[in-house]
Design a protein around this ligand. Sequence first.
Ligand code: ADP
Ligand code: GLC
Length: 490
Amino acid sequence: MTLRVLHVASELYPLLKTGGLADVTAALPAALIEQGADARLLLPGFPSVAAGLENLRPVARLERTFGAPEATLELGRLPGSELPVYMIRADAFYARAGNPYLDDQHVPYGDNAQRFALLGWTAAQIARRLDPGWTPAIVQAHDWHAGLAPAYLRAAEREHGAGHGASARSIFTIHNLAYQGIFPARQFDGLGLPRDFLHMNGVEFYGQLSFLKAGLFYADKITTVSPTYAREIQTVAQGGGLEGLLRERTHDLVGILNGVDYGVWSPAGDAAIAAKYSATRMSGKLRCKSALQTRMKLAVRHDALVFGVVSRLTEQKGLDLLLAALPEIVARGGQLVVLGTGDPSLEQGYARAARQHPDAVAVEFGFDETLAHEIVAGADVMAVPSRFEPCGLTQLYALAYGALPLVHCVGGLADTVVDASLENLADGLATGFVFSRFEPEALTAAIRRAFALHARSRDWRETRARAMRQDFGWAASAQRYMTLYRELAG
Ligand code: ADP
Ligand code: GLC
């Protein structure tokens, strides 16, 4: 029998994206369909989602609305894709311009608990035949936004009994433990969950209520997006207060690496870049580099080693450390291009560096999908010096484009990049530059390693070709999810 899987999330590339989650929710269900699954997605009806889906038709009126005047479930399709997408239309909750989670002042919306409770609750309803035409065996909830889905499933199972009506198994996927969906405990009453769920063994978290913990506690299985991060989050240092629960559930927790959608991220077919290229025809990369230098108003120099950054500017991404190491890049005749948005103090720091070194440092603040491709294509090195990184997609895109990733040895970065040490070069393993201690000296040493390798042009070319040959396609990861689904669905 075909395995029916409902993915529940809040973002979807190309309609709505604030980070890697959107890339995953677009590519993973499609990869599962390739593996023979019958996968669908459920999203809140944010403006770009409602406008971007085609053939939307109503499926059901939602009985519970969490305070919105009305809410309906609709089903549509992403243009050019086979993936069916359910959307919750509740304009009072979702029809707001701008960021899906934060208001213009970067403050979470006051009714986020209700907005995302509706998402989790609707997922559980779909699992209980809300759409007579399609009922999933597995519900996979992504990040805190969808964290209540496993809790509502458990509540419904208890109320109706597991044998009556459909009852799906649930998976909660951690893309980032740093975002926990914490709300005041008094908001619990409005959620319609059983009273006893507000408990240490439940959704309660140090006197408050946590959507992330709800997912971790009530899901049948937990996944996260790399094997190393799966281990790291079971430690005090990286567990965000949830390490105890994660350790208790260690046998239900598995790290499955994200993949790359090479239909979107491949230099041989990328319409956004100045010239296409591939591992065997590299001349286009140089054209991309000149085009990037020109666009960013840097000195157009072939010999300059160009470092690129495409990132959310948050504490997580370690760009304060890169700022501290920037003099090393400039002193050695390198250049740095930064595209990012977020923390105002980081933006100021990089803007200042660009004013100081107009030929060598260029920055653009904002979210720009095309420029992101141009940077990865034009750069020689992509820097991802994150403090922590659940998986990271940028370094995987960088490998595909022959922009050697320079990364901190954590999470998915540690699982995907091999340092250009002498022994790794000798054994034909190197694909980038990896530093271990999160300190300016360690990052600076990795930057020096990049310059040293660049000076040995044959080694550089070989390493770059090896990077481009790495296969991080979704097929292998989708197979791992399929195995997990089968295990769960019995
Ligand atoms: P995270 O999800 O933590 O932000 P990932 O590396 O998994 O990190 O994914 C980041 C995704 O967001 C990539 O697709 C990257 O290209 C994109 N991205 C990040 N910042 C920007 C930006 N300012 N403009 C365009 N794309 C961006
Ligand atoms: C999160 C993580 C990132 C991961 C992405 C997709 O945003 O920060 O490391 O790649 O989710 O899973």
